[in-house]
Design a protein around this ligand. Structure first.
Ligand SMILES: *Cc1c(COP(=O)(O)O)cnc(C)c1O
Length: 372
């Protein structure tokens, strides 16, 4: 075994030569940002690829989240999941909104709709669920609750690029969905993100907000932000899109290999696939149950000592970070499922260029782990 580290992910990069013509076009046009030709082309290409009506590009997934909350004028309290990347609930705090954490479903690891109603107060204005690891949320139950209580729904779909359910793109659900194109995500533009919205009017409003609220040369209508994606990032997205089918296919093969060789190991559990969804294989999470010879943390550190850098996504829970514990009343005791999963979960390396021998090494290591 070589000492070359294997990380949980590695960004996908097409060859540099393929990117040069895009850069030449940008140099030629002298348009660097502010909704240039690359930006327009990528928005259109993504609408087609994802099968969504409208998409507004952003410079990050986090700014997309911030702006989605602004666009719908969300205030007061928002019900969300503690089992996510911290940007999900940070976006609420940046808007002066109180996050209210609700426990997750043990099968999907997404917010448990059965527990949402009990968390609704007179201050609740919206629900902010996450399609965790790209697994679709129970969108129907969530929408029913939202309709009954007149709440908005914004999906943090940072993990869900290209994911479909039986009716089409998962991004069509709720009032808005946000994406992240960060380097570590399935589809990356170095940094980037987007809001998927249902109609042109909403998109126009979002476009104003991401450009300082400027309507025209002499009119500013809202306290907007600089959320624009640059031409270089958009151009890179156009190139990435040509490789995305290959990227997802390679991820599918790696996912299948893990499932095949780890399935009979006592104490190793996978997440089950829900319904007829089309996955993007963005992560490969496993649960280290008590029957496994060593604990999740022991396995994590043992792998690390062997140059395999897995990640404990999502540990700690957002609600367990001290800044959140001081801020909210919800205690970990109210989140038994999320708390249990967070202590058992381990995300294994999965990315298109993961070598066969490296994956075999990881599988062998996990299969032969002893108590010592
Ligand atoms: C990556 C991620 C974000 C943030 O996206 P950035 O593009 O890094 O700002 C938000 N939510 C979730 C669930 C994420 O995984």
């Amino acid at each position: 075994m070589s000492d070359k580290p294997i990380y949980v992910t590695e960004p996908y990069l097409p060859s540099l030569e393929e990117f040069i013509p895009y850069l030449e076009e940008i140099w030629e046009s002298k348009r660097l940002t502010n909704g240039g030709p690359m930006h327009g082309k990528l928005e259109q290409a993504l609408c087609e690829y994802l099968g969504v009506p409208e998409i507004a590009l952003f410079n990050s997934g986090t700014v997309a989240l911030l702006t989605a909350l602004q666009a719908l004028r969300i205030t007061g309290e928002v019900i969300t999941t503690p089992y996510s990347f911290v940007a999900t609930s940070h976006s609420l705090l940046w808007n002066g909104i109180k996050p209210v954490f609700v426990d997750i479903d043990p099968k999907t690891l997404n917010i448990d709709p059965k527990k949402i109603e009990a968390a609704i107060t007179s201050q609740t204005t919206a629900i902010l669920p996450v399609h965790c690891y790209g697994t679709p949320c129970d969108v129907e139950s969530i929408q029913k609750i939202a309709d009954n209580y007149n709440l908005r729904v914004i999906y943090d779909a940072a993990h869900a690029f290209g994911v479909q359910d039986s009716g089409g793109s998962i991004l069509r659900h709720g009032d808005l969905s946000t994406l992240s194109f960060h380097a570590t995500k399935v589809f990356n533009t170095f940094e980037g993100g987007a809001i998927v919205c249902p109609d042109a009017k909403t998109k126009q409003h979002i476009n104003n907000l991401k450009n300082f609220g400027i309507l025209d040369e002499v009119t500013v209508v809202a306290p907007g932000i600089n959320g624009k994606m640059s031409e270089v990032n958009a151009a890179f997205g156009l190139l990435q899109l040509q490789h995305i089918d290959h990227v997802i296919e390679r991820r599918r093969e790696i996912d299948q290999t893990y499932r095949q060789y780890l399935k009979d190991i006592p104490g190793i559990r996978f997440l089950e696939k829900v319904g007829k969804s089309l996955s993007n294989y963005s992560y490969f999470p496993i649960l280290i149950e008590p029957e496994y010879p060593i604990s999740r943390d022991q396995l994590y550190f043992k792998l690390k000592n062997n140059h395999v850098h897995t990640r404990r996504y999502f540990y700690p829970l957002i609600s367990e970070f001290s800044m959140y514990r001081d801020l909210i009343s919800a205690q970990p005791a109210n989140l038994p499922v999320a708390s249990y999963i967070s202590r058992r979960i381990l995300c294994l390396p999965i990315y298109p260029t993961l070598e066969k021998k490296d994956q075999e090494h990881i599988i062998e290591f996990i299969s032969n782990c002893e108590t010592t």
